[in-house]
Every structure is written in structure tokens, then in C-alpha cells.
Design a binder for this molecule. Structure first.
Ligand code: SAH
Ligand code: SF4
Ligand code: F3S
Length: 435
């Protein structure tokens, strides 16, 4: 059988798309390899969220000149969010001649047709037309993991945060029907999956225009009996008390909320077009903790948004200290061509932003270590995900999404076990299993 190599950059949404692409490839008779040099077809699923992600993907695409030279006839395909950017598609057309096929997220479901055209005709194919998105149901997925599964519940984004490329490359929001999602979850349950992660850029606005709502969807999934349900991402402006109540009520829904705040300063939040204030964010957190005292909170922060001053950045530091996140994903602002923020005056140097960035990560490390110290001696229900970093260790995740390592045998992978914390670092816990 012909061999395919699939490489994925970016968020879980992209990972989920790659499962769909692998599904198509497998239907077309391909098997998979992790060696580029052996592959008859190479598919690079790219991300455009920050310059760094694009540079990494382009670097890898560039290196494929050599594999193709050694294996003439090798098909090289580039898809995903970066491919949907007109200037990037042009760049590939002009400077990456080894690439045969380029298509964006809108054309994902046309991949078999595009590939067929590629092998039956001559010439390169670029399919990056901006089109109103559609949802294709019933595509077979080839999932990477038998324990955890991603389930896309909606695509696209309508929010147009001023720094973000996603609405431009993924198009407008559209939601899958709740019945289709439930059917997929039921299948996963039957195949032994223990945890599902519901995916969307803004799951809180799931269902807009279809009559389904996200809290309603959570309640129906909870009743199904999947052991653990997670979701991401939640936008604070659409995170309602109704949703937090549903989380609190649903036994199977993990008490973990990823709620990106981006900044703790009202002026910066406004310039970002986030449409909530610091106080509204903190009020949400207070309510969430009131109904879920054990809730684990994580967030995203952008450092050095155009026009952010050191003083404004202090508001982000104080918010991070006040909330006490379990973990934080921190990014230095990266201008994205075509977004409003890319045109805003941005006087602070990259070096200065780097110093602020380290100040934030140092603070978060202190906050997380102090929080984790309090977990010593506590007992957690842990889903064993795979081997740990060292031989003889297993790695799993608590309900709050903390990684914990402990001694144990591989036969426990995919099972829930009880683990008591014996050592607490900022990023990881160590423990011992209890029977
Ligand atoms: N839909 C999600 C996040 C998607 S992108 C949400 O709205 O929260 C993941 C994170 O990348 C964002 O939360 C943001 O912190 C970061 N990000 C997005 N665009 C960025 C940019 N241009 N520069 C730096 N970080 C960015
Ligand atoms: Fe980007 Fe904002 Fe949409 Fe998230 S909500 S994907 S940050 S535009
Ligand atoms: Fe990247 Fe696209 Fe996800 S830009 S973060 S892969 S939606």
C-alpha cells in the first residue's frame, strides 16, 4: 500500500482535522509512516496563529526538497490555517516549488477530490478560495489515541479579536447538530474511549442559530455515560452562569475551565475587542468557584499587545496573582497580516516584551508551585494516559488537568486509578497509586 506521512501544527482543532484527513487517506488505501523519506504522500497541516508557528511549518516544508529529490513522484500537500492566508499561499506557489497541493480549512472535505485531480492530471493545485463554510458529517476518522478523543462541535469564529487570524482563515461560526455529536460520542463510548474533549474556538456560543445550546449539550452528553468530558475554548463574554451551573451539575464534566483572559487591563481588553472587563472576568471566576469549589482554572495571556504599557501589564500580573491559575499559556504578541492589531502603533521593543514575559512566567511559576504544594497528600482520580518520562512510571491527568506521574505497569493505560500526591512541582505532580 502507498504510505502517507501526516504532520500537524497548532491547536487541537487542527489535530482533529488531521484525524479526518487520515480517515480520508485510509479510505483511499493509504497506510501511515512516521518517516518522511519513505512516504509517497506528505501532508503538512499548518497553523497561522503566530509567526513562530508559520516559520516552523515553512522550515519543514522547505526541507522536503530533499526527500522529494530522493523519491521522485512523492506528493507534497500543505493544508490548514496558514495555507488559507493568501500571502502565504502565494509564497508557497513562488518559493516552494516542491509543493504539489495547497488547500485551506474550507476545502478539507474536498481533499479526496483534490488528490484525485492531482494524480490524474498534471500541474499543481491551489484551492484556497474563501467560501462560506459547510459541515461535512460522516467522514471516517482515524484517531491517534484509544483513551481520549477529540470531538469538534463547531467550526470557525465570529469574534474578531483584533490580534487574531482565526476568523479570517477558519471562517464564520457554524455548529454541528447535537444529535450528530451525541451519535459520535456514543460510538466512542462503545469503542472504549474514556475521555472526550469537545472542541471549538468558542464553545460557549455553540448552537447559535440551531436551537441547541452548549449547557444543553453538556447535560445530554453527561447522561450518556462517557467517563470524563472536557471542552475548550470558552470565551469569557459568552461564559454564562447557566453554563457554570451545568458544569457543576454534570458529574462527568471535569471541573476544569480554560478561560482565556488575554489581559488584566480594561483599556487593552477593549483594544483587543474582547468585549468584557477585568471586573466581569473576576466576577465570573467568583461565581464559578462558588458553584465548584474544587474548580481548576487555566488561561491564555498575550504580553506586549500594541500600545500596552508596563503599567497596564501590571494589571495582568495582579489578575494572575489574584485568580491563581493552575497553568497559564503565555504568548508574546505576534502581528498577523490582515488583522487590525497588526496596524496599531507598537513602540515597545521585543526585548522589553521579553522581560515582561519572563516576569509573568516567573510569577505564574510561584503561584502554581504554591497551589500545588497544597495538594501534597491529597488523593486524585487519574486517567492513565501513557508511560511517564522515566521507565516504570506512568503519566495521567487529574480532573483539573494536572499531569501526575507515578510508578505502575503499562496494563493500567486507559484506566482510572486513585493516586496520592507525594511530590509537587510547578508543572507536574508525582505520586503513588492507592488501591
Ligand atoms: N479561541 C480561543 C483561542 C484561540 S488561539 C480564545 O478565544 O480564547 C489561542 C491563543 O493564542 C489565544 O488565546 C491567544 O492568547 C493567543 N494568540 C492568538 N493570536 C495571537 C497573536 N497574534 N499573537 C500572540 N498570541 C496570540
Ligand atoms: Fe481568535 Fe478571539 Fe476567535 Fe479566539 S475568540 S479564535 S482569540 S478571534
Ligand atoms: Fe492555529 Fe488554526 Fe488552530 S491558526 S491555533 S491551527 S485554528
Amino acid at each position: 500500500a502507498p504510505l502517507a506521512f501526516v504532520d500537524t501544527y497548532g491547536c487541537q482543532q487542527n489535530e482533529a482535522d488531521s484525524e479526518r484527513l487520515r480517515g480520508y487517506l485510509s479510505e483511499m488505501g493509504y497506510q501511515f509512516t512516521d518517516q518522511e523519506a519513505q512516504a509517497d504522500l506528505i501532508l503538512i497541516n499548518t497553523c497561522a496563529i503566530r509567526e513562530h508557528a508559520e516559520m516552523r511549518a515553512l522550515g519543514n516544508v522547505g526541507a522536503l526538497v530533499h526527500t522529494k529529490r530522493a523519491k521522485p513522484g512523492q506528493l507534497i500537500c500543505v493544508c490548514g490555517c496558514m495555507a488559507q492566508e493568501p500571502h502565504m499561499a502565494q509564497k508557497i506557489k513562488d518559493s516552494y516549488r516542491q509543493v504539489d497541493l495547497v488547500f485551506g480549512p474550507h476545502a478539507l472535505w474536498r481533499f479526496p477530490e483534490l488528490l484525485y485531480r492531482l494524480v490524474t492530471r498534471r500541474g499543481r493545485i491551489f484551492d484556497i478560495a474563501d467560501e462560506p463554510g459547510s459541515i461535512a458529517e460522516g467522514i471516517p476518522l482515524v484517531r491517534q489515541d484509544g483513551v481520549k478523543a477529540w470531538v469538534s462541535i463547531m467550526y470557525g469564529c465570529n469574534n474578531f479579536c483584533s490580534y487574531c487570524i482565526v476568523p479570517y482563515v477558519r471562517g464564520r461560526e457554524r455548529s454541528r447538530r447535537a444529535d450528530d455529536i451525541l451519535r459520535e460520542a456514543e460510538g466512542l463510548l462503545q469503542s472504549g474511549v474514556k475521555e472526550i474533549m469537545l472542541l471549538g474556538q468558542n464553545v460557549n456560543s455553540y448552537g447559535a442559530g440551531t436551537g441547541d445550546t452548549f449547557p444543553g449539550l453538556l447535560r445530554r452528553l453527561d447522561a450518556l455515560g462517557v467517563e470524563r468530558i472536557r471542552f475548550m475554548t470558552s470565551h469569557p463574554k459568552d461564559c454564562t452562569r447557566e453554563l457554570l451551573d451545568a458544569m457543576a451539575d454534570c458529574e462527568k464534566v471535569a471541573k476544569h475551565l480554560h478561560l482565556p483572559v488575554q489581559s488584566g487591563n480594561d483599556r487593552v481588553l477593549k483594544e483587543m475587542n474582547r468585549r468584557y472587563t477585568r471586573e466581569q472576568y473576576l466576577e465570573l471566576i467568583r461565581y464559578a468557584r462558588q458553584v465548584m469549589p474544587e474548580l481548576s482554572l487555566t488561561s491564555d495571556v498575550i504580553v506586549g499587545f500594541p500600545g500596552e504599557t508596563y503599567e497596564a501589564f501590571q494589571d495582568t500580573l495582579s489578575l494572575v496573582e489574584e485568580v491563581g491559575f493552575t497553568s497559564l499559556f503565555t504568548f508574546i504578541f505576534s502581528p498577523r497580516e490582515g488583522t487590525p492589531a497588526a496596524k496599531m502603533p507598537d513602540p515597545v521593543s521585543r526585548e522589553e516584551k521579553g522581560r515582561w514575559f519572563r516576569e509573568l512566567t516567573d510569577l505564574q511559576e510561584r503561584v502554581a508551585s504554591a497551589r500545588n504544594q497544597k495538594l501534597l497528600g491529597k488523593r486524585f482520580r487519574v486517567l492513565v494516559e501513557g508511560p511517564g518520562k522515566k521507565a516504570g512510571l506512568l503519566a495521567g491527568r487529574t480532573e483539573g488537568n494536572l499531569v501526575i506521574e507515578f510508578p505502575g505497569g503499562d496494563s493500567l493505560i486507559g484506566e482510572f486509578v486513585e493516586v496520592v500526591v507525594t511530590e509537587a512541582l510547578a508543572w507536574i505532580l508525582r505520586g503513588q497509586m492507592e488501591i
